[in-house]
Structure formats: C-alpha cells, structure tokens
Design a protein around this ligand. Structure first.
Ligand SMILES: [Zn+2]
Length: 231
C-alpha cells in the first residue's frame, strides 16, 4: 500500500535526484541508484593513516577518521551536500549517514565507539537554518551502528562561514567557539565526532580539543559525509 501511495505521490510531485535531476523511482530515496553508484567515495576507512587522519596528526589524538565522498565545488555530487545544507533537506543527510555507515561498518571502522557526537551549530545559525545538518547525519550513522547520538559539545559562540578565510585566520577564528556540557559524561569514552564536510579540519580540531581539555582520557574518531579536495 505504501508503494502505491508513493507511486501516486511521485506522479503528482516528482521527487528529483539532486545530482542528475531525474525523477526518482518508487524504490529510490533521495539520490538515484546510478548517482549513488557513481559517488566519488574516498575509501579512507580502508587506508591506514589516510589523508584525513594526517590532517589531525600531531594536533590532537584521533583514533580513526574517514569521510564518505570527495567534495569539489561545482562537481555533480556537490549537489547532495548543498541539498542537505542549504535546501532544507536534512532527511537526505540522515539517509546519507545511513548509507555511509552501512558501507563502512563491515570494516570494523566504528569498532568500540560509544556515542555519536554531531558538531554543534550556534543557536543563531540554527534559528536561521532551522536544523543542524550534522545532527541528521549523526542520527543516520547512529541508527546503523547502534550507538546513541549525544550532543555533548555546545557551540557557545557563532563563527563565520570561513569560506573566504586563509588557513591561519580560520584557526584563530575557531577559538572559544565550542564548549563541553559535562566532563563526566564523556570521560573514558570513545566518541565519534560527525560533521557534514571537512575542509581544513579547523572546526573538527577545535571540537576535539575542547573534548580532550574537558576529559583527557576521552578517545575521538571522526566521520564526515564529504571531504573537500584541498588545493
Ligand atoms: Zn541521479
């Protein structure tokens, strides 16, 4: 019955794949099967000391880090990230989080992770956008790996989108943005920090640093939906 309703709904209001623009079939969700097959996956979970782990090496101890797919401005699959971030489609983020975790889970990447922690969004930005896309991605991952989403990091100060800033400027800009709600809640645990995209790593680094400062024995892994190709 649900399939029939979906079929009728699709006739009236076609759901479109954000990548290729074609109408999704009844069995497809959010992104069409062909575009999912062509997603430029990083495969980082299979690579020891992969480029994303190298990004954090020597700055903050990170157990493992991976991202689902490569992001380049203007590339076909960038449309997925834009839909999730800017076009009010957070459910696509949750769905992508599930696909991501489903593909990575077999490798043992998530190992002994205790909780999934989304990178928080400051309340001003949250009010404007209406949702935190990283929280939805975290929910998707959480539903696959069976660990709860715990919002243990708070954004206590807004920060600029950073798109036009240099690397040093970004690092300085991140000072004092995040805070940990309760040190006891994270002590000795293995947390999976989740964000939508990693570029310089400044945001995730800042989050990881406040977690370590609050609880030096906390263990941190990182997963992002997209990995920006750095020039
Ligand atoms: Zn498509």
């Amino acid at each position: 019955m649900m399939a029939v309703l979906q079929y009728v709904a699709d006739l009236l209001f076609p759901r479109l794949c954000p990548v290729c623009g074609r109408a999704l079939s009844v069995g497809e969700r959010h992104v069409c099967a062909l575009c999912m097959a062509e997603l430029p996956r990083t495969g980082y979970h299979t690579i020891d000391f992969n480029p994303m782990e190298q990004l954090f090496a020597g700055k903050v101890p990170v157990e493992r880090a991976t991202g689902y797919f490569f992001y380049e401005r203007g590339s076909r699959h960038a449309a997925i990230l834009h839909a999730i971030k800017y076009h009010n489609q957070p459910q696509m983020g949750e769905w992508m989080g599930r696909q991501f975790a489903g593909e990575v889970a077999q490798s043992g990447f998530f190992g002994d992770v205790d909780a999934v922690v989304p990178v928080p969004m400051h309340r001003g930005k949250l009010a404007r956008r209406g949702y935190n896309q990283s929280e939805y991605i975290a929910r998707g991952i959480s539903s696959v790996i069976g660990c709860p989403v715990e919002k243990v990091v708070k954004a206590v100060k807004g920060h600029d989108t950073q798109t036009h800033k240099g690397r040093h400027e970004r690092l300085v800009n991140m000072q004092g943005v995040f805070a940990v709600a309760s040190a006891e809640a994270i002590a000795g645990r293995h947390l999976l920090l989740v964000d939508d995209v990693v570029t310089t790593g400044a945001t995730l680094l800042s989050c990881a640093e406040v977690l370590r400062q609050a609880a030096p024995d906390v263990r941190i892994s990182i997963a992002t939906l997209a990995v920006a190709r750095l020039q």
